[in-house]
Design a protein around this ligand. Structure first.
Ligand code: WQD
Length: 327
């Protein structure tokens, strides 16, 4: 596999021990890139990181640790470190402001100090809030409905400003619903105490959890339950490498990463039952605060600009990639 680009000697993956970060690291290693992982292991795990990768344990809130790590001739940063629980962000906004926003500003400060001019940033569809039209394209109004989504928007806007003022090139990547596990089965770490639907359904299938609480079946959707655009983590990782290659040619962009297909909560549950042979117990509960009925991406830009197309993101592929970890 050839390197990402002749411009990039050394890439720092901040949050590289996490769910998405570890898949980005694995894809970078396969591409022959020279990289270092910077992580505080608050939620990520060392055993998520493929062997042979340099690891620096550090916190984005510790400027000295960031300064020291970035003084080792870094050419580009991929920043995936964040607290990401939308519900928790509404209960503890300061925790999210400090970690996500201040931490990101620390990264931008050290990038300026060490003349690092390229950043790929892990943003989220949560920056859009309730969709005013579907599918959601990159021009959709930016009205986050939870504080987590607000932190992602603020960071995107700061990256844009630092780009204008300091000649930084960036890719802000707005993930829709990340799901699935490593299609090669190398990274086999399942989340502990997941907050998202699909790992919760698998915990029921695996007998770890008694039932799935379905938050509302009275939405104006195909079967009354919430519809989301699930994107496989390997497809997300591929988009990060293509984005890096794009910005290393001194470009910048903001892109949706999704499939354009939506699946309901009940469709997800049925697919897990079909592929695992397990029966999933369900309780219908009232809608969850902050949830929208349907959120589906228009991500044609990522195809046009990066030549990126999802390869692993049908619901069946996503569920199959998780079955071997749980069952
Ligand atoms: C999906 C659907 C729920 C759990 C969140 C964040 C978003 C992003 C992805 C980081 C919804 C329903 C869920 C359950 C349920 N995070 N559900 N019972 O809320 O679309 O997005 O994760 O970038 O910012 O908001 O994902 O998996 O929580 O929910 O019925 O126990 O499943 O109502 O319709 P969500 P989710």
């Amino acid at each position: 596999m050839n390197k990402i680009s002749d411009n990039a000697n050394r890439i720092m993956v901040i949050g590289g021990a996490g769910y998405i970060g570890s898949h980005v690291v694995k894809h970078l290693v396969k591409s022959g890139s020279d990289l270092v992982v910077f992580d505080n292991f608050s939620s990520g795990h060392r055993d998520n990181i493929v062997p042979g990768v340099e690891i620096i344990e550090g916190d984005i809130l510790n400027e000295a640790e960031l300064d020291n790590a970035m003084s080792k001739k870094i050419d580009a940063v991929i920043h995936l470190a964040a607290f990401k629980d939308a519900g928790e962000s509404m209960e503890e906004p300061s925790k999210y402001a400090i970690n996500n926003i201040t931490g990101s500003l620390n990264i931008l400060k050290q990038m300026s100090k060490h003349n690092v001019k390229y950043i790929v940033f892990s943003s989220s569809a949560a920056v859009y809030g309730y969709p005013e039209y579907l599918p959601v394209d990159e021009n959709h109004p930016l009205k986050p409905e939870n504080y987590y989504g607000y932190t992602k928007l603020v960071i995107e806007q700061n990256i844009e400003w630092f780009s204008r003022l300091g000649d930084i090139h960036f890719a802000n990547l707005r993930y829709f619903n990340a799901a699935g596990y490593d299609v090669e089965g190398v990274i086999r770490h399942k989340e502990s105490n997941p907050g998202n639907l699909i790992p919760i359904v698998f915990e029921v299938a695996a007998g770890i959890r008694e039932k799935v609480i379905v938050f509302g079946n009275d939405y104006d959707t195909k079967d009354g339950t919430g519809v989301r655009d699930y994107i496989h983590v390997d497809d997300l990782a591929d988009a990060h490498l293509k984005s890096l290659d794009f910005i290393l040619k001194d470009n910048s962009t903001t892109l949706n990463l999704g499939t354009g297909e939506g699946y309901s909560v009940l469709e997800v549950i049925r697919m897990v039952e079909e592929l695992t042979g397990k029966t999933i117990a369900v309780d219908i509960a009232p809608r969850r605060r902050g949830d929208c009925a349907e959120l589906i991406a228009k991500s044609l830009c990522a195809d046009e600009i990066l030549g990126w197309k999802p390869k692993y993101s049908t619901l069946k592929q996503i569920i199959e990639s998780m079955t071997c970890v749980y069952i």
